[in-house]
Ligand binder design. Structure first.
Ligand code: SAH
Ligand code: SF4
Length: 389
């Protein structure tokens, strides 16, 4: 017997091919795609304009499912975080950040991460595995329709869209899980699925240079690059990947990417670490790096106050330091924002899971899992950050 196909794993072209294998015309794939990604329907019986014979065929060969939700918490500021089970004791998180004119979903692309940046709790877990297309796009699928349900908004294109922006800034290095990430991106952009514009989808990378070039050709969305250091010696110690792709190569790749990018700047993320990378000297070195004489990289800076976790041995820069650092960049004409943390209260709420869930047997199960995950991912598992721009 062949395994069932999760239709969330298929991009538009693959769904057409899949329908072809079932002897169906391409427009059926379009219908199916709309049912799944625009109406959030996973049960073939509810897809009423498909022939009964096709629905029956699908039911024996396929299914539609995102990873199971382990926990679902909403912060007092409206930030909502889901912890998703991706099997074998691995979990990833998805975070929704509502703002006045947009709703941003922060998605994960891997369980764990191999890059092992010094300041990152995901990196400290090591690499577990790549997420599949269905597990990546399934985060958007699950979150969009869960949010609509909570607000009583109808599914389908007529209902108000809750997620207007996606950032690949959750767990994992998206460019080290390249094919599934790009396929998921294509679905996010497809008009018969989520129809997001390229400008509203941002991929964040620690700097996998050859893959930045491939992304420019395959699916150029907005790009954020995790810089975190102003020179190679410092970056080698913070982002080990720098030894392979040092700053000069990374800057050159950013410039090449901009020829294809939907925005005319790269966002540089910079995690503010007390006494490590946050002095005036570092700021000035950064300016020299990105301005590079007469050959600058058009960019914005996003300073991220470090979210501490015990094993890191690092501290967050204090607020006046972060502001002073930002000011030096701004005085040099570089647009700079400081990310503000949100949803701080949700982590505490994780420990209060029992009070929230009605079904008592499942509470026990979930609590056990929670302890296991916290042991594995640390109590600060889950960074919730927002770009204030
Ligand atoms: N792997 C990708 C995307 C996920 S990380 C990348 O590194 O870009 C998303 C952002 O959060 C990155 O800029 C990352 O450096 C930052 N980050 C990781 N750990 C952090 C921490 N403890 N505090 C603040 N920011 C952190
Ligand atoms: Fe991986 Fe990004 Fe964390 Fe570095 S910061 S370990 S690349 S998830």
């Amino acid at each position: 017997m062949t395994a069932l196909t999760n239709l969330l794993d298929l991009d538009p072209a693959q769904l057409v091919a899949y329908c072809g294998e079932l002897g169906e015309k391409p427009f059926r794939a379009k219908q199916l795609q709309r049912w799944i990604h625009q109406f959030g329907v996973g049960n073939f019986d509810e897809m009423t304009d498909l022939a009964k014979s096709l629905r029956e065929k699908l039911a024996t060969r396929a299914f539609v499912a995102s990873p199971a939700v382990i926990s679902d918490h909403t912060s007092t500021d409206g930030t909502r975080k889901w912890l998703l089970d991706v099997g074998q004791g691995n979990a990833v998180e998805t975070v929704f950040i509502p703002e006045e004119n947009r709703g941003t979903l922060c998605v994960s692309t891997q369980a764990g991460c191999a890059v092992n940046c010094r300041f990152c709790s995901t990196g400290k877990q090591g690499f577990n595995r790549n997420l599949s297309v269905g597990e990546i796009v399934g985060q958007l699928w699950m979150a969009e329709f869960a949010l609509r349900k909570t607000k009583g908004i109808e599914a389908g294109p007529k209902g108000e869209r809750q997620i207007t922006n996606v950032v690949m800034m959750g767990m994992g290095e998206p460019l080290l899980n390249y094919e599934p990430t790009v396929t998921a991106l294509r679905l996010m952009l497809d008009d018969n699925a989520y129809g997001l514009s390229r400008r509203r989808v941002t991929l964040s990378t620690s700097g996998v240079v050859p893959m930045i070039d491939r992304l420019a050709q395959d699916c150029p969305v907005a790009l954020a690059v995790s810089l975190h250091a102003s020179n190679d010696a410092l970056r080698d110690g913070l982002v080990p990947l720098n030894k392979k792709y040092p700053l000069a190569e990374l800057m050159a790749a950013c410039k090449r990417y901009l020829e294809f990018a939907p925005r005319d700047f790269i966002t540089f993320e910079y995690c503010m670490l007390d006494g490590v990378n946050d002095t005036d000297l570092h700021a000035r070195e950064l300016i020299a790096l990105v301005q590079n004489g007469s050959n600058p990289v058009p960019c914005k800076f996003n300073l991220i106050p470090f979210n501490p976790f015990p094993e890191s041995g690092l501290k967050r820069s204090n607020n006046p330091r972060i502001k002073a650092f930002a000011q030096i960049l701004m005085d040099a004409g570089i647009v700079t924002t400081i990310r503000k943390t949100r949803g701080d209260d949700i982590d505490a709420a994780c420990g209060q899971l029992a009070g929230e869930v009605q079904d008592r047997t499942r509470v026990q199960e979930r609590m056990q899992k929670m302890t296991e995950y916290q042991k594995k991912f640390g109590k600060d598992f889950g960074r919730i950050v927002e770009i204030t721009s």
